[in-house]
Design a protein around this ligand. Structure first.
Ligand code: ZN
Length: 152
């Protein structure tokens, strides 16, 4: 599965379209949401002015090494079944039991996101003139948000 973002008023070829593997996209969106605490997390479609704000934040993140620090601090994506708690959720057949998917350690997979992926998204966003065409699937991202709250 791939996610596709389309530039609204691309200033160059790199701003026309951004294609990213979906699991990697989930990592990217979880990271971007840390920069956009008011976005609600449901839509990544951005107007030109919203995109300007995002790219200014991202530029600082990349320049100051905070992107690399985020990646270093989140080496593991929490288990999608239990959201990192290690316990079967209420909606499962056996709520409260040790999570079947991760065996109780709460760990899903290695984080796929690398600084180069963020840079590639930044390059697209800068040249996009605003973008849209993709909406976050909340089930894809919710475990990561909950995990941060849980770890905090
Ligand atoms: Zn689990």
């Amino acid at each position: 599965m791939f996610d596709i973002l389309m530039g609204k008023q691309p200033k160059s070829e790199v701003g026309e379209v951004y294609i990213i593997q979906s699991e990697l996209a989930g990592d990217l969106y979880a990271y971007l949401l840390t920069l956009l605490p008011k976005s609600g997390g449901l839509s990544l479609g951005r107007s030109a002015s919203e995109t300007d704000k995002l790219v200014r934040k991202l530029q600082k993140e990349l320049q100051t090494g905070r992107t690399a620090a985020y990646i270093a601090a989140h080496p593991i994506v929490p288990c999608e079944n239990c959201g990192g708690t290690g316990v079967e959720p209420e909606c499962s057949d056996n709520p409260g039991d040790t999570c079947d998917a991760c065996g109780g350690d709460g760990e899903g997979r290695e984080l796929y996101l690398r600084v180069g992926d963020v840079q590639r998204f930044y390059d697209f966003a800068v040249a996009s003139g605003g973008f849209g065409g993709h909406y976050i699937n909340p089930t894809n991202i919710w475990p990561k948000i909950e995990y941060r709250m849980y770890k905090a």
